[in-house]
Ligand binder design. Structure first.
Ligand code: SF4
Length: 307
């Protein structure tokens, strides 16, 4: 068998220019249990029936050991007490594995850090963790339905980011829909209040979407366009010299982002107070997508963990 990195690269090329004999990426939903009460997601209301046991995961990857990319997700993964067994089953059996990534709310900081350290100690081609943050503090906590989740999520991110390994990357994942689509700059600024060297490239943007079978949010319309997403991707990666650290939304104040990008007019983020959802988004809805792979890990970390 080829070394995992070469196999991963070969799989991506084949998938884009030819055909893979078998899929090279699998998304494993390990649980639907979730302690959050996100207004845009119905997963937390679902029963987590039929979860694969760690033994079943082992059988699956023993039979299909060709996945070079495993995306592990939930629910909130750390609601599963045997999560480490599930991960071990993947690492034991997936002989082609190069990239393992998983999102988490960051609520279970100690367990998250411990699992990441254990995976890295054991050895893996590349590991990526995404901490979900959907806006500045008040907006995030309101959307996520759990007071204190912003602080806990960022504290976990800060600790993960301090794990300085070339094959490991921790990022913040922000999922965009009408309520927070104009708040990307404000979110970056708010995060920089506690993590001063947070950069644009530390933030992954996802597009909110609906899914009846997964998010249980049929009828939800994200309300933002790919064009909106593309414009936000053009945000500067470093803090501009004129940047304010007030944390309020530049779009709301000036009508334009710091990069000169026009702000969507549908909502503002000034003060992060309640921004009413458009009528079509008033139902329970969800916004989640796989993080973008392939970003390079930062070579150095200037921030130290103070757990
Ligand atoms: S979006 Fe994530 S954290 Fe929120 S309820 Fe759904 S699974 Fe839980």
């Amino acid at each position: 068998m080829l070394p995992p990195l070469i196999g991963f690269a070969r799989d991506i090329v084949r998938a884009n220019f030819d055909r893979c004999d078998l899929p090279y990426k699998v998304t494993l939903v390990a649980t639907y249990h979730c302690n959050f009460r996100c207004e845009m997601c119905g997963i937390w209301q679902k029963k987590s029936a039929g979860e694969m046991t760690a033994a079943e995961v082992e059988v699956f990857f023993g039979r299909w050991p060709q996945f070079s990319w495993v995306h592990l997700t939930g629910g909130e993964l750390f609601m599963r007490r045997d999560l480490e067994d599930v991960v071990t089953a993947i690492l034991d059996r997936d002989r082609a594995l190069y990239l393992l990534n998983f999102p988490t709310t960051g609520w279970f900081g100690d367990r998250t850090v411990l699992l990441v350290e254990r995976i890295l100690r054991r050895g893996i081609g590349r590991l990526m963790t995404t901490i979900s943050i959907d806006g500045p503090r008040e907006l995030h906590d309101a959307m996520r339905g759990l007071p204190g989740s912003w602080e806990r999520g960022l504290e976990t991110f800060r600790r993960l980011r301090a794990i300085n390994r070339p094959n490991y990357q921790a990022v913040v994942g922000m999922t965009l829909f009408d309520k927070n689509a104009s708040c990307v700059s404000a979110t970056i600024e708010a995060i920089r209040e506690v993590i001063p060297d947070f950069e644009r490239r530390d933030l992954h943007l996802n597009i909110g979407h609906e899914s009846s079978h997964y998010f249980a949010n049929a009828g939800f319309v994200a309300g933002i366009t790919l064009d909106t997403s593309r414009r936000y991707r053009a945000l500067p990666s470093r803090r501009p010299a004129s940047s304010t650290r007030s944390g309020s939304c530049s779009h709301a104040r000036s009508g334009a982002g710091r990069s000169g990008i026009s702000a969507p007019k549908a909502s503002t983020c000034g003060g992060y107070g309640p921004v009413p959802l458009p009528r079509r988004c008033a139902r329970r809805s969800s916004t989640k997508s796989a993080p973008i792979a392939g970003r390079r890990a930062r070579p150095t970390r200037r921030f130290s963990a103070t757990s």
